[in-house]
Design a protein. Structure first.
Length: 45
């Protein structure tokens, strides 16, 4: 196998593994509400 084929095989394998991990990982929703007042001066930038 060439180096390119090995690299592509590893890249595809790691990408698929990452997709499976992210799709099956149950990330909890935030439980603390954040209320922050943003001044109008910052929004006009």
């Amino acid at each position: 196998m060439t180096r390119l084929a090995i690299f592509l095989f590893l890249f595809v394998g790691l990408s698929l593994g990452g997709v499976v991990l992210l799709s099956s990982w149950h990330i909890p929703a935030p439980t603390v509400a954040i209320n922050k007042v943003i001044p109008d001066a910052e929004l006009s930038k």
